[in-house]
Design a protein around this ligand. Structure first.
Ligand code: NAD
Length: 500
């Protein structure tokens, strides 16, 4: 059986301990992954610190040239990487291609970094004095990432960190670790010097070593809210800059004037795509007024039509969950919703993938649709992270907005309507970071920043786009005066300097 090693200083590095990596579609162990400890983290940070000395001195054009080459390799190896992701995560190969494309867009943003990094210059702010500013990299920075986007979420981070002159240590999810090593190999082939991009695998011990290591300047985290809070607290206590994105409960509101067939189509895809294991998945549909009964009817029909199977089989729209534990948790949540008074309109529990006998032990659950869910039920309050769509009924748009605002999460939300006035009221009124108008999964383009509000983002820094550049660099402001002829000089004063 293959053991997936760390990647430190441009080479694979073995580890003492390891954990199984499963193919969720078959339920079989497909590889093992090494579990890093403080010594592995220290080796990676030392390599990254040495690499920083020369990488931070390399020219901006050299750094962006590596990004152009890396981008091309991502295009050429998209299929291979998509299959690796599908085999360990369970999502369909097409869905994996989608995450690679969206991640590659951040590389494209990093290719054009020259424009974003331009500083400003103010001439003659005082007599004979000019001011300009510029930004410099931080040093060694770390990324700690979740299982659900093993390529895209790290790609939100490392292209910008590296193109701005930092060196990087990635700690990917231990559930689907292979994509990180594949990306490391592509960087090597793109000409990135050894030590600039490193991968340390593992769980909590590796994370704790990163959060406390004195050689790390900043930590980017994406994952569940409790761990985001922990990472933010620990890393800031150890003097690091932190961006920490957490979990989500995304509401799609459907007004009576919406095209119901269109809304249901998009909500179904947003709820069950990637088996609901997306931080931007639609997990709550808020049916306003008379839209409710008709909407539930169409949603139920569409949920029953979703084609479930292994992610690499043609025509499959939804794969399994990532682990057996995740499948059990989601099945229990559907049961708990029923016992708390929700109507289980479509029940995905116990699904058998009959036409794929190799999947008998896979971690499958079918799309589930719950109706008459209320804000007090666990199915509404908890992030289920599975293919479960909860329908909550509301009397008005204002009631829907109040519901969204009372929810502790604020990652994404969507409104389906034909009314510009309602859309404007909604986008101004909701306490949510990413908003879609007739767009169910409003993931911003790479040149905008990505991040939610409330418990979906701990601290104050979203990822990628302008905020990513700001996060991975520090500003300097320089006030300059060159020697002038004696008659033009201003005398030095003992008062606090002011312009003249
Ligand atoms: P997770 O929080 O369990 O794990 C994330 C990372 O933290 C992994 O690398 C993991 O190894 C590490 N980790 C786990 N437990 C830890 C602990 N006790 N101490 C230290 N480190 C620990 O998340 P997950 O299950 O991999 O991913 C799903 C979660 O991520 C969902 O909550 C989802 O909403 C969230 N997510 C959020 C966004 C966003 O942009 N806001 C994007 C993707 C995923």
């Amino acid at each position: 059986m293959t053991t997936i090693p760390h990647w430190i200083n441009g080479s694979p590095v073995p580890g003492a301990d390891s954990a199984p990596v499963f193919n969720p579609a078959t339920g079989q162990e497909r590889a093992r992954v090494v579990l890093g400890d403080a010594a592995d983290v220290d080796a990676a940070v030392t390599a990254a610190a040495t690499a920083f000395e020369s990488w931070s001195e390399s020219s901006l054009s050299r750094r962006t040239q590596v990004m152009f080459a890396f981008r091309q390799l991502l295009v050429e190896h998209e299929e291979e990487l998509a299959r690796i992701i599908s085999a360990e995560h369970g999502k369909t190969v097409d869905d994996a291609r989608g995450e690679i494309t969206r991640g590659r867009e951040v590389v494209e943003f990093a290719c054009g970094l020259g424009d974003v990094l331009k500083g400003s210059f103010s001439d003659q702010v005082s007599r004979g004095v000019d001011v300009h500013d510029f930004r410099q990299p931080l040093g060694v920075v770390a990324g700690i990432t979740p299982f659900n986007f093993p390529a895209m979420v790290p790609l939100w981070m490392h292209p910008i960190a590296i193109a701005t002159g930092n060196t990087f240590v990635l700690k990917p999810s231990e559930r689907d670790p292979s994509a990180a090593n594949f990306v490391a190999e592509l960087y090597r082939r793109a000409g990135l010097p050894d030590g600039v991009f490193n991968v340390v695998h593992g769980g909590k011990p590796a994370v704790d070593a990163l959060l406390t290591h004195p050689g790390i300047e900043a930590v980017s985290f994406v994952g569940s809210t409790p761990i985001a809070k922990y990472v933010h607290e620990q890393a800031t206590a150890h003097g690091k800059r932190v961006q920490a994105l957490g979990g989500a409960k995304n509401h799609a509101v459907v007004l009576p004037d919406a095209d119901l067939e269109f809304a249901a189509d998009h909500i179904t895809a947003g709820a069950y795509g990637s088996a609901g294991e997306r931080c931007m998945a639609v997990s709550v549909a808020v049916a306003v007024g008379e839209a409710a009964d008709a909407l539930v009817e169409v949603l139920a029909r569409k949920a029953r039509e979703v084609r479930v199977g292994p992610g690499d089989a043609p025509g499959v729209e939804m794969g399994p969950l990532v682990t057996e534990a995740a499948r059990e948790r989601v099945e229990n949540a559907v049961g708990a919703a029923a016992s708390q008074g929700a109507t289980v309109v479509v029940d995905g529990r116990g699904l058998k993938v009959d036409d794929h006998p190799e999947c008998a032990a896979g971690f499958f659950i079918g799309p589930s649709l719950l109706d008459h869910v209320t804000a007090e039920m666990d199915a509404y309050r908890e992030e289920l992270f599975g293919p479960v769509l909860a329908v909550v009924r509301a009397e008005s748009l204002d009631e829907a907005i109040a519901l969204i605002n009372a929810n502790p999460y604020g990652n994404g939300t969507a409104l389906f309507t034909a009314s510009g006035e309602a859309a404007r009221r909604f986008r101004r009124g909701v306490k949510v970071g990413m908003i879609g108008i007739n767009v169910p999964v409003p993931v911003p383009m790479s040149y905008y920043s990505f991040g939610g509000w409330k418990d979906s983002l701990i601290g104050d820094s979203p990822v990628h786009g302008p905020d990513g550049v700001r996060f991975y660099t520090r500003p300097k402001v320089v006030t300059t005066r060159w020697p002038q002829p004696a008659q033009q000089r201003t005398a030095a004063g003992f008062d606090f300097p002011t312009s003249n």
